[in-house]
Design a protein around this ligand. Structure first.
Ligand code: NAP
Ligand code: GLV
Length: 309
């Protein structure tokens, strides 16, 4: 019988039980109990102890319990020849749509302006903004960015998306390449970043590129925290060039308590919860991939090691 090792920190018992139920023909073990490393065929998880994969000589595939695999790719114990498989949507796209919509509405309905007024008991009407005049830019048009761009367009926002290769998303103007990025930034009021963290995207939203956004624009940062310049963001907001930000991800997580981002009146912080992995769809997707592997069929969501996502 094949063995699946679950590595999911405090959630290990929950995933272990659910995998065992979904695949009765699989021996499911967790890192929270004794197991024979030589017997492990598959790993499902994240935050595996350093060096763990090197101790599993029979490992045939690693299934990430998430969409982004930057942390797994940064390890030195995961050979490039081993299939690394990530989750495709698995219930995260609709959560990300909600998060992006929350960001778009925060800017459109001037939530930060009214929050500041409320602190001063100030009753003052600001000029209204319509959806039609709120230009959304979405960086990344994959499983999550594609859904976000399409749903925000259906909601009535003019949406422009940007990807590495040319893409088509219903109702969305799709751009690619360096010129496409410059064009998107210059025409965007609300920027939603859903790019994976790769050598090409780390530091992408630097002072110069953030400065290309429309005056008073808003950043929704929901992918990874190493893609934007924290200090430049604060400076640009303080200078009035940007209107604020909704930030879910940070270079250091948890965000250090002394970070100025915590207390900035035009920055809203959430603790990496824009889209959480849901047990049921994650287990179903991984179980389906294990069946595919057994049947010699192509796996869904294999990470392209040349592109790092
Ligand atoms: P995905 O399906 O791999 O999509 C990635 C998109 O980014 C694709 O459209 C890709 O272009 C584009 N892209 C990649 N590198 C690029 C580059 N150098 N230039 C331009 N476009 C580039 O990923 P996903 O499933 O949508 O997830 C996106 C990210 O969201 C994850 O990597 C993770 O970091 C983050 N995430 C965050 C949370 C949270 O709770 N905060 C939850 C889940 C995921 P192509 O279409 O041309 O390939
Ligand atoms: C969460 O950030 C994920 O990548 O799934």
């Amino acid at each position: 019988m094949e063995t699946l090792l679950v590595v999911a920190a405090a959630e290990t018992p929950v995933y272990r039980a659910r995998f065992a139920q979904a695949m009765p023909d699989l021996h499911v073990v967790g890192t929270d109990e004794g197991f024979d490393p030589a017997a492990v065929d598959y790993v499902a998880g994240w935050h595996a102890a350093p060096g763990l994969f090197a101790t599993l000589p029979g490992l045939r595939a690693v299934f990430a319990l998430g969409a982004g695999v930057d942390a797994l790719l940064a390890r030195d114990d995961l050979p490039a020849s081993l299939p690394l498989v990530r989750l495709l949507d698995a219930g995260m796209a609709e959560q990300m749509v909600e998060y992006a919509l929350f960001g778009a509405l925060t800017w459109q309905r001037r939530v930060h302006d009214y929050d500041l007024q409320q602190r001063h008991r100030l009753w003052r009407k600001q000029p209204p903004r319509t959806r039609g005049e709120t230009a959304i830019g979405v960086l990344g048009l994959g499983s999550l960015g594609g859904a976000v761009a399409g749903e925000l367009a259906r909601f009535g926002y003019p949406v422009t998306g940007w990807s590495r290769r040319p893409r088509e998303v219903d109702g969305v103007r799709c751009l690619h390449g360096d010129d496409g990025l410059v064009q998107l930034l210059g025409e965007t009021d609300v920027l939603v970043n859903l790019l994976p963290s790769t050598p090409q995207t780390r530091g992408l939203l630097d002072r110069h590129r953030l400065g290309l956004l429309r005056p008073g624009a808003y950043l929704v940062q929901a992918s990874r925290g190493d893609q934007f310049d924290h200090a430049a963001l604060v400076d640009l907001i303080d200078d009035g060039c940007l209107g604020g930000a909704l930030l879910d991800v940070f270079e250091r997580e948890p965000l250090p308590t002394d970070s100025p981002l915590w207390t900035h009146p035009r920055i809203r912080i959430t603790p990496h919860v824009a889209a959480t992995t849901l047990v049921e769809p994650a287990v179903q997707q991984i179980a389906d991939n294990i069946r595919r592997l057994r049947g010699g069929e192509p796996l869904q969501g294999v990470v392209d090691r040349r592109q790092d996502y």
